[in-house]
Design a protein around this ligand. Structure first.
Ligand SMILES: C[S@@+](CC[C@H](N)C(=O)[O-])C[C@H]1O[C@@H](n2cnc3c(N)ncnc32)[C@H](O)[C@@H]1O
Length: 271
């Protein structure tokens, strides 16, 4: 059975822990123990007004025509001021647990990008830029307006970042992938090919931390690209999905195929 300690010791290739992220960081993560933070926290977005934000995530983010029911998720009801304060709290702890020079990548949308950049810098990270995730023309077209077809990865580093850290390869500054419904297990799930491009910023065999791992897309990408993975999630249903997905991918099975078979899907996860 895998564990947080097992990943930190580079014994386990991956582990997903159920719990509140800030609590888990404070309880279980020592100084300078991970090599990159790649995370897609709750945007606390999905509307213009406070009343919009406190709706269930399924009402905010799932279009009426979507037939597949995915569970609601947690922590998405903060107004913009409290969202920013909360981000500074956990980001400040992340600066402590990242090895110096490590990258940090935070997903956000057009509503929250400004306060996400502010929070990253307030916590003490060096802000280095934005990688747009272009979801393609099929996403959120609006008659007479620009389509809301992009989300954004705000990125930076824990102090200076040596150019030869990952063999000096140039990484693309944009990612373009449609959120494939056949491999979307969370209401706001990110495409694995997009995540594969993002995890490349972490050194090979380094430990990628995702504090809000949802359905585990970052974990699947990290494993495919030869990085170790530590994921945290609050909602038990999604923790199970994450573990199942990463385990299934390791066996080169799709999640439905793995669930239909006899493979033990529940439990710690590594191997
Ligand atoms: C935007 S989703 C991540 C989706 C993920 N990138 C994927 O592709 O599936 C954010 C996740 O963080 C979880 N979450 C919210 N607050 C949390 C907290 N304080 N600690 C741990 N997880 C939390 C939510 O339940 C949700 O599943």
């Amino acid at each position: 059975v895998s564990s947080i300690a097992g990943v930190l010791a580079k014994v386990d290739p991956w582990h997903v822990e159920q719990g509140e992220s800030l609590r888990l960081i404070l309880d279980a993560l020592p100084d300078e123990c991970v090599d990159g933070l790649i995370t897609d926290g709750p945007y606390s977005s999905g509307g213009q007004f406070r009343g919009d934000r406190v709706q269930a995530t399924g009402d905010k983010y799932v279009l009426g025509r979507v037939k597949l029911v995915r569970p609601d998720f947690a922590g998405d009801t903060r107004d913009q001021r409290s969202f920013q304060l909360w981000c500074v709290l956990w980001l400040t702890e992340c600066l402590r647990i990242l090895r110096p020079g490590s990258p940090i990548c935070l997903f956000t949308d057009w509503r929250q990008i400004a306060c996400t950049i502010d929070a990253l810098q307030a916590a003490g990270f060096i802000y280095r830029g934005i990688v747009p995730w272009d979801k393609t023309e099929g996403c959120r077209p609006q008659a007479g307006r620009f389509a809301s077809q992009c989300e954004y990865v705000v990125w930076g580093s824990a102090g200076e970042m040596p150019a030869d850290r990952i063999s000096g390869r140039c990484l693309p500054g944009i990612t373009r992938h449609f959120p494939n419904p056949r491999d979307k297990w969370h209401q706001t799930g990110k495409p694995v090919p997009t995540m594969e491009g993002i995890v490349e910023i972490v050194e090979p065999d380094g430990i990628v931390l995702d504090l809000f791992c949802g359905s585990g897309s970052t974990g699947v990408a990290a494993r495919r690209r030869g990085r170790r993975f530590l994921g945290f999630g609050l909602v038990p249903e999604y923790v199970t999905i994450s573990r199942d997905r990463i385990a299934a991918d390791k066996q080169l099975l799709t999640l439905p195929a793995a669930r239909a078979g006899q493979t033990p899907l529940f439990g710690g996860g590594a191997g």
